[in-house]
Design a binder for this molecule. Structure first.
Ligand code: T1G
Length: 692
């Protein structure tokens, strides 16, 4: 089957790429385009060509499923097609709807003109895959929009709306109807007789670019990149576009592309791309999701308010409920402030903020939202309070409504048991701030129905979240592992590492904030409270480091108290010698020997226990796939995607080393730190998670 449909509209040929799901530039599509373009070029009756995508989108890039396969080398290559287009003797117009991304937009940049539907988006998101736009995508855009704008667009990989793209000069016009208006546009170009200059030959936007543009970009991008190498390579390429002749700039770009393609970060980010999509699938789940057109959120605190914003931002009317009008006024006040901040920052248009806010109403009576399709409870983390709320919801909510809890660790089955419809009860765990963090961790209870699971899994996409499905257990996928990461950080303090060293290593690794500083931010008293609740579940021979308790006893509650592990001026932290004295005393009491640690030792000690606990989650079915754990940690805890997630990282460093570290940790910290059976087997057999 030819992947490119060839249609004639009078003197204009329309080439439609039909290669579901996203018309990626596979070998078949490239071959089809090559043949069709040759036919159109050589047919004297043809005056112009329009290229468009079939289905919901234009071309969403090179076919990344062909990477590393023979098909990716099949001719014509993308650059062959681009050479054909740039030398094409008749006008060519790229007609864009849906998304034109990566190689798809690079192909469009070699057409004589680009037109797009108002709802379309264009972009060069290759940095999200650990590469760069290697088909002239760093050489042509600067010639349309200038170096600084090109750097912003390509180092961020963001998708640009048609109106903005037109204002910037990335496309030539926003049109209403495809293909008709695109055909008319092409016909006009043909009638004008003169072909626009190929983008690659335009240099008015790049000549004489101030070198400070690149120096400044390197400074800001290095901070934002948190160790990602692709964005820095993009800046080098755009600098080359502004300082070298086109052919040399393209060659420079190809070299950089190949370097990145061979990098570990590319492998990690590609793994992550597919893991994110795989995580949406629940093998064997045939049930159809229920439709969610209305929602309610119980609890107008920070989490509840953020969750209400998530529904409103997705266009779903939502009731925000709480016990008093005062509490609701406070909650709504915070929501309004959040929208004002986003508008001020320019990350949200005023009309969008107004539209969302208009979808949020308040209630103190559950009857006001009894007809809602889903209700998410986000009240205080106490079982008795949650069970009381679910008993009341059970009494008023319409049959078929999904009853969800945003608990971050409590037992879903125990909450469900407070109702007569446990099949409709499910965990939907958002991360703070809910309107920002991308993870939606869904938790299936023993009696949660397939339909309820299918509903909350599909809901994630509607809400713009990345979903994972966990089986009910203490802490689910994420928090269950988190305690080993923060716990090991505290044991390292006892043994001589300093808070600064531990946080620096974690942040150099790519974490947004180190575990010690994270403790200070969320409050040491909160950590102690969670710990006390968990202490009862500890098996004999286990212990927590008492460092946090010692600090709390001295009123060092963390950032909110101006001191915790660090001293604080506002949000700025600085080391505090008194903390070291307190920690040294904690070590002296049980006679723990203190020593210096290398950064490598600390890095491995911090992250290896995560992998070990992740392997136990695969073993007991809390997580279905190692990739799901990676998606949870990248989106919920800021684990660097360019490391692939903890499980991908663990496989990379070697499961035998992870196993060895777990054996040592069990001797040091207690039996629950020991290796699971799955890890033991995989380490012994030299296998990976695919064999778990
Ligand atoms: N190649 C192959 N398959 C792709 C694909 C691609 N480029 N993009 C998406 N898919 C699959 C995806 O795996 C999923 O499959 C299905 O399509 C639907 O995707 C030289 C070398 C386009 C915005 O980085 O951002 O060009 O799971 O679930 O939410 O410079 O997909 O159903 O089996 O994400 O509607 C650059 C990546 C490539 C764009 C649609 N392009 N894709 O989002 O659907 S590198 C990209 C996306 C490149 C050149 C270089 C999104 C989307 P399955 P989906 P969606």
């Amino acid at each position: 089957m030819n992947a490119v449909r060839f249609q004639v509209a009078d003197t204009v040929v329309v080439l439609t790429v039909e290669y579901p799901p996203v018309n990626a530039l596979s070998a078949a599509v490239r071959a089809g385009l090559g043949q069709a373009l040759a036919a159109a070029r050589d047919d004297p009756a043809v005056a112009a060509v329009v290229i468009m995508g079939g289905g919901s989108t234009f071309i969403a890039g090179a076919d990344i499923t062909e990477f590393g396969t023979e098909k990716s080398k099949a001719l014509p290559s993308l650059s062959d097609l681009q050479e054909t287009l740039e030398a094409f003797p008749k006008p060519t117009v790229a007609a864009i709807h849906g998304t034109a991304l990566g190689g798809g937009f690079e192909l469009a940049l070699t057409c004589h003109a680009r037109v797009a539907a108002a709802s379309a988006k264009v972009g060069l998101p290759e940095v999200n895959l650990g590469i760069l736009p290697g088909a002239g995508g760093t050489q042509r855009p600067p010639r349309l929009v200038g170096a600084a704008t090109a750097i912003d667009l390509i180092t961020s990989g963001r998708h640009v709306g048609a109106a903005e793209a037109c204002t910037l000069g990335m496309i030539d016009a926003v049109i209403d109807g495809l293909p008709d208006e695109a055909i008319a546009f092409a016909r006009d170009l043909a009638a004008r007789g003169e072909l626009p200059q190929p983008v690659i030959l335009r240099d008015d936007k790049v000549a004489g670019t101030d070198p400070e543009v690149f120096a400044a970009a390197r400074r800001t991008t290095a901070k934002k990149a948190r160790g990602k190498i692709a964005p820095m390579a993009v800046i080098d390429c755009i600098e080359a576009a502004c300082t070298l002749p086109p052919a040399e700039g393209l060659a420079f770009e190809t070299r950089k592309f190949r370097e990145l393609y061979a990098s570990d970060q590319r492998a990690a980010l590609m793994h992550y791309f597919f893991a994110e999509r795989e995580a949406r699938r629940v093998p064997g789940l045939a049930a159809q999701p229920r439709t969610i057109r209305s929602a309610a959120v119980i609890g107008a605190g920070t989490m509840g308010g953020g969750i209400a914003m998530v529904f409103a931002n997705a266009g779903i009317p939502v009731h925000l409920a709480d016990i008093s009008e005062e509490a609701l006024a406070r909650g709504l006040g915070t929501i309004r402030k959040n929208y004002e901040t986003s508008v001020c920052r320019g990350s949200l248009a005023q009309d969008k903020a107004d539209q969302a806010l208009a979808l949020i109403s308040t209630a103190t009576d559950y009857a006001d939202f009894a007809q809602a399709d889903i209700v998410v409870e986000a009240a205080f983390e106490r079982m008795d309070i949650k069970r009381d709320i679910f008993t009341r919801l059970d009494a008023v909510m319409r049959p078929g409504a999904v009853l969800a809890t945003n608990t971050s660790s409590l037992d879903i089955d125990e909450i469900a048991a407070a109702t007569s419809r446990p099949g409709d009860v499910v965990g939907v765990h958002f991360f703070s701030p809910a309107n920002v963090m991308k993870l939606q961790e869904n938790i299936r209870g023993k009696l949660t129905s397939d339909e309820t699971v299918a509903t909350v899994m599909a809901l994630g996409k509607t809400l713009g979240k990345n979903v994972v499905l966990a089986r009910n257990c203490d802490g689910f996928i994420g928090n269950r592992m988190l305690q080993y990461y923060t716990g090991e950080a505290e044991f390292l303090l006892e043994q001589g590492a300093t808070p600064e060293q531990i946080d620096r290593v974690a942040e150099q690794f790519g974490m947004p904030m180190g575990p010690i500083a994270m403790r200070d931010m969320s409050g040491l008293d909160v950590a102690m409270m969670v710990r006390e609740a968990r202490r009862a579940t500890l098996p004999p021979g286990e212990r927590f480091s008492p460092v946090v308790e010692r600090l709390v006893e001295r009123g060092r509650l963390g950032m909110k108290a101006g001191k915790g592990f660090y001293q604080y001026e506002g949000r700025n932290r600085r080391p505090d010698p008194e903390t070291i004295e307190i920690i040294e005393q904690v070590s002296r009491d049980p006679g723990i020997e203190r020593r210096n640690f290398t950064d490598e030792e600390i890095e491995f000690r911090l992250f290896a226990p995560l992998v070990n606990e992740g392997s136990k989650e695969l073993e007991d079915g809390t997580a279905m796939r190692a990739g799901d754990i990676d998606v949870a940690w990248v989106n919920g805890y800021g684990f660097p995607a360019h490391k692939g997630g903890p499980m991908f990282w663990g496989e990379k460093v070697g499961l035998a080393r992870i196993h060895e570290a777990a054996v040592e940790a069990a001797q040091r910290n207690g039996p629950r730190w020991g290796p699971g059976k799955v890890l033991e087997r995989l380490a012994r057999e030299g296998k990976g998670w695919a064999d778990a």
